[in-house]
Design a protein around this ligand. Structure first.
Ligand SMILES: Nc1ncnc2c1ncn2[C@@H]1O[C@H](COP(=O)(O)OP(=O)(O)OP(=O)(O)O)[C@@H](O)[C@H]1O
Ligand SMILES: [Mg+2]
Length: 249
């Protein structure tokens, strides 16, 4: 790794309350610029906490966090403003973004971003007129509108059916290749992590630590049902089960 990392965590720990549990402990992690890292772990292990720390929404109890600029965040729920069209939702992010574009430029840029997620035709529809998958695509366009080099995604496709999710994996991967963003993608779906990531980071629970890591050769897009993804998923699931069992004991 020659360039400075886009994200660097050193000895990061998190305890929400002094008498509460240690949620995260001793997390050391570097993510290179343009890297796609998936963070995988059981429910409650601290994935969202780690993402909030990287986003600066929460402060670590110990350790340091360095991020290349501020990060954009995308959550499981699209949380679009219901009274605004898809385009206006994206425009709003541009308005509060760093770019400082004038209104006509914001409008043009919003359409470009909606086109990037294949939603140009639905630009004038309001959220309730869109499917769940379409709403998440608007949310992705909105996250990209913030024009940050680091994009943090917290189970953004968890509520979608498998076929829609599959489609959005393809779109996200294409957008990632086209825009060169650094992505940290949180999921508890092993296949999703193995499908998307160049790296898969496995977290333990109580306390949350990074206990394993897989690097996946990037030979271009891979399908979720491909042998590569299946074999890796079997191996990762084995480790994840061990973590869950260890924690239950
Ligand atoms: N704001 C908060 N205040 C106090 N405790 C919190 C807060 N947010 C999370 N926690 C606790 O921290 C632990 C980790 O929660 P977190 O949401 O980070 O897990 P997660 O891995 O994202 O889980 P899931 O997969 O279910 O989304 C949990 O025990 C949770 O109760
Ligand atoms: Mg979470």
């Amino acid at each position: 790794m020659t360039a400075a990392p886009a994200i660097r965590l050193t000895g990061v720990g998190k305890q929400y309350a002094a008498d509460g549990p240690v949620v995260l402990d001793g997390i050391d992690l570097s993510v290179a610029p343009g890297e796609f890292a998936c963070l995988l772990g059981a429910s409650g292990c601290g994935k969202s906490t780690l993402l909030s720390l990287i986003a600066g929404l929460e402060q670590p109890s110990t350790g340091t966090i360095e991020v290349d600029g501020r990060a954009a965040v995308m959550f499981q729920e699209a949380s679009l403003l219901p009274w605004l069209s898809a385009r206006r939702n994206v425009e709003l992010a541009l308005r509060f973004g760093d770019a400082g574009l004038a209104r006509p430029a914001r409008r043009a840029r919003a359409l470009e971003l909606l086109d990037l997620v294949h939603l140009a035709d639905a630009a004038d529809k309001r959220p309730h007129e869109l499917s769940g998958g379409m709403r998440q695509r608007v949310a992705l366009a909105r996250a990209l509108a913030q024009d940050r080099s680091v994009l943090l995604m917290d189970e953004p496709f968890a509520a979608l059916d498998a076929i829609t999710r599959d489609l959005l994996h393809e779109e996200l991967e294409r957008v990632w290749r086209e825009t060169g963003r650094t992505i940290v993608f949180v999921t508890h779906n092993v296949r999703e992590a193995a499908r998307l990531g160049q790296r898969v980071l496995l977290m333990s629970s109580r306390p949350g630590r990074i206990v394993n890591e897989w690097r996946i050769a990037d030979d271009g897009p891979r399908r979720i049902e491909s042998p590569t993804v299946s074999e890796l998923s079997v191996e990762i699931t084995e480790h994840l089960r061990r973590e869950i069992r260890r924690n239950a004991a």
